[in-house]
Every structure is written in structure tokens, then in C-alpha cells.
Design a protein around this ligand. Structure first.
Ligand SMILES: [Zn+2]
Ligand SMILES: [Zn+2]
Length: 91
């Protein structure tokens, strides 16, 4: 399996699926990427900043890990994970 973003081989376990058309925009197709490339990609195009602004609208009942684990929820370093999770899996 090859990373769509950097064209290098991806080791099993380091694969993350990226939606070229965001799931939140109705996209269903996914392409394989490295986790690191994927995060860097969204970070580069400014998604996390935009997603952060809508984070407050997410229901507390969604029971996603990043919202519920105390140490994660309280830690600023995990803001990026929450935004990422929201954009890809919340719908
Ligand atoms: Zn990559
Ligand atoms: Zn993505």
C-alpha cells in the first residue's frame, strides 16, 4: 500500500484513510496515507484551525475517545486529534 501524499510504502498499522472529499461534505471515497502525512496534510491546508472553531458544537453524547478520556480532553496537545476525529468520523 502506498501513501497518496508522499508516495512511499506504508507499513501495516501506520495506515490512515483520507477522504479526498471530506466525509462531512458527503465524500465516500478514501485513499491510504501515512498517519503523519495525513495529519501534516490537514494541518498545512488549515483544516484543524477551521475544525477547532466548530468543536464546541459537538455533542457531549458522541462518546468519542478524545472527548471522554479525562487526560486527553483536558490536554491542549490533543486538540488536533479531536478536530481530526470529528472531521473524519463524526458523521
Ligand atoms: Zn506518506
Ligand atoms: Zn484526511
Amino acid at each position: 500500500m502506498t501513501c497518496t501524499l508522499c508516495n512511499e510504502l506504508i507499513a501495516p498499522g501506520d495506515v490512515e484513510m483520507h477522504h479526498p472529499v471530506y466525509k462531512s461534505h458527503g465524500g465516500s471515497q478514501v485513499v491510504p496515507t501515512h498517519r503523519a502525512c495525513h495529519v501534516a496534510h490537514h494541518s498545512t491546508i488549515g483544516d484543524f484551525k477551521a475544525w477547532g472553531s466548530i468543536g464546541g458544537q459537538i455533542s457531549a453524547l458522541s462518546k468519542r475517545w478524545a472527548f471522554n478520556l479525562k487526560h486527553v480532553r483536558a490536554h491542549p496537545a490533543h486538540d488536533i486529534n479531536r478536530a481530526f476525529y470529528t472531521a473524519h468520523y463524526a458523521h
